[in-house]
Design a protein around this ligand. Structure first.
Ligand code: AFP
Length: 312
């Protein structure tokens, strides 16, 4: 066997086998698998567009669509009439759209390419997916059944949870998603923090909280990409990501449906917490697809500490 190629004679656990062993219901397994396959197409599109970046025309003379619009089209087309998805909502669309006959079991929310402004810097970016079996205009606690994100970095990795733990897979050279870490569990506290927004725009209470983390020696880790920054907290088993309420935008920057709910679902499955500083993210009722919320997400000690500072 070539160096580094998985020896498939051994008991390699791939994504489909893992979901079957976890007893995830068949349509949900197939839906998660379909989305994981789209991750490969999106990765190929990222590589292709990098070559043509700076708005070059493609061979047909058409203007290149922005990469996040293209990845949204790829995702929507794959899920359209898939038999599993009745409706689709994404950060690239004005509103939720019907993409099935209406009898399908699931509703999918997507941030198809989060961090797309980082593509030209070759930093990691990602796709964030929420899977609901009831109306999305409810709390995540009531409507979500699964969540996943794919990180396009030096490796392509995917983390998913269907309510039975959070698990990481790596896309290998043969194009198989192979289990790399099962039942990820955060420690009570970590040692890194990702502080979004400008210091001058933070509220006094948030500034005091961040200063406490700095005094306690937490290391600042912030790439400007929500997916790799969250992924770092998860894989390092602790720490905190925050994009807080700002003086001029009390709801912060990040979107509740497309970005915060899926990551909160996964982080809670890994033993962490996710709040808006007061309420659990998954308890917040979604009233509009573009609703934003402040976020404090990561290991329990830091999220609880944030709540104490913000309630003073
Ligand atoms: P883009 O998708 O426009 O690159 O924004 C990325 C993002 O939504 C999220 O991934 C980051 O956590 C956040 O913005 C970074 O925001 P700042 O640029 O204000 O730090």
């Amino acid at each position: 066997m070539g160096e580094g190629i998985n020896d498939y004679t051994k008991n390699i656990v791939d994504l489909r086998r893992h979901m079957w062993m976890d007893g995830i219901e068949v349509e949900l397994r197939r839906l998660i698998w379909q989305i994981a396959v789209v991750g490969k197409y999106i990765s190929a599109k990222i590589h292709e567009s990098n070559r043509k970046l700076a708005g070059f025309k493609n061979i047909y003379g058409e203007e290149q669509l922005a990469l996040d619009r293209v990845t949204d089209d790829i995702l929507k087309n794959k899920l359209q009439h898939s038999g599993f998805v009745s409706h689709y909502a994404s950060e690239e669309l004005e509103d939720i759209v019907a993409i099935g006959c209406g009898q399908e079991k699931y509703i999918v929310t997507a941030d198809p390419l989060d961090g797309s402004s980082l593509v030209d810097t070759n930093l990691s970016i990602g796709t964030i997916i929420g899977i609901h079996n009831k109306s999305i205009f409810d709390s995540g606690r009531n409507s979500m059944v699964a969540a996943l994100y794919i990180t396009y970095g030096p490796l392509i990795t995917m983390i998913y949870s269907a309510g039975k733990g959070a698990h990481e897979f790596v896309l290998d050279r043969e194009g198989e998603y192979v289990l790399s870490e099962e039942n990820i569990q955060l420690k009570e506290k970590g040692s890194i923090f990702s502080p979004g927004g400008l210091r001058r725009d933070w509220t006094a209470a948030h500034l005091k909280f961040i200063e406490k983390l700095e005094e306690d020696g937490y290391k600042l880790r912030y790439s400007g990409g929500f997916v790799p920054d969250i992924n770092q907290v998860l894989i390092k088993k602790g720490g905190l990501f925050t994009y807080p309420a700002l003086k001029k935008s009390p709801q912060g920057k990040l979107r509740l449906l497309f970005e915060l709910q899926p990551m909160a679902f996964i982080m809670e499955q890994a033993g962490g917490l996710a709040t808006d500083g007061k309420e659990d993210i998954l308890s917040l009722k979604v009233t509009s697809v573009n609703q934003r919320a402040p976020i404090y997400i990561g290991s329990a000690a830091e999220v609880k500490m944030a709540g104490q500072f913000l309630s003073q």
